[in-house]
Design a protein around this ligand. Structure first.
Ligand SMILES: CC(C)(COP(=O)(O)OP(=O)(O)OC[C@H]1O[C@@H](n2cnc3c(N)ncnc32)[C@H](O)[C@@H]1OP(=O)(O)O)[C@@H](O)C(=O)NCCC(=O)NCCS
Length: 169
């Protein structure tokens, strides 16, 4: 019987994470984004899902700021999320998102932003309505937010520099 477990990513996971990202997205853009975020120290939380000791899923949250009236409120950006294609639809993506949210809340984070498919992220509480007033180059229906506490509802979203090359969720 297979056993799925979730744990914090370690430096030894880099190659396995790169492969999961490449397989899930069918391109290298997201794997490159992950490396850039890790190299620049902008990662807030990075988890992997393992099946029988093999990394089959990965999620990363990076630091993002909401700038308003000269004040920078720290938030987190979910990107990317990837599951090895042969494991799609088995609950790994959802388990990674939920575990990450628990840990982020526990560590005092109040706001998460994602640019992704509303039909998928809506099930975790993300809503475009919560993000609609943010000033962002990526403002659209796919821009969604989830707040766990007092957090700004407007202001400019400032992503980690690695995103200026690309933005993927
Ligand atoms: C998106 C992804 C991470 C989901 O992982 P997963 O482990 O298959 O997800 P889960 O098993 O937890 O959930 C499966 C559910 O999500 C739905 N789903 C998956 N991708 C979806 C998408 N792009 N849009 C809408 N729903 C989606 C499935 O239809 C399924 O729905 P159901 O529960 O009603 O049957 C995975 O499909 C993946 O790696 N995709 C390629 C990379 C990607 O697109 N990442 C996210 C960018 S928005």
């Amino acid at each position: 019987m297979s056993m799925m477990s979730i744990r914090t990513a370690t430096p030894k996971d880099r190659e396995a994470i790169r492969l999961v990202e490449e397989h899930a997205f069918g391109q290298q853009t997201e794997a490159g984004l992950v490396d850039a975020l890790v190299d620049s120290g902008d990662t807030v939380l990075e988890l992997v899902a393992e099946e029988d000791g093999h990394v089959v899923g990965h999620i990363l949250f990076s630091r993002l700021y909401v700038e308003k009236g000269g004040v920078r409120h720290p938030a987190v950006a979910l990107a990317p999320l990837a599951v090895e294609p042969s494991f799609h639809g088995t609950g790994i993506g959802g388990a990674l998102v939920r575990e990450a949210h628990l840990r982020l809340k526990q560590s005092g984070e109040t706001l998460a932003i994602v640019l992704g498919e509303p039909a998928y992220y809506g099930r975790f509480g993300y809503a475009h309505g919560r993000a609609a007033q943010f000033d962002s180059d990526y403002q659209c229906e796919a821009l969604q937010a989830l707040a766990w506490g007092e957090a700004p509802e407007s202001g400019k979203l400032v992503y980690a520099p690695a995103f200026s090359a690309d933005l993927a969720a």
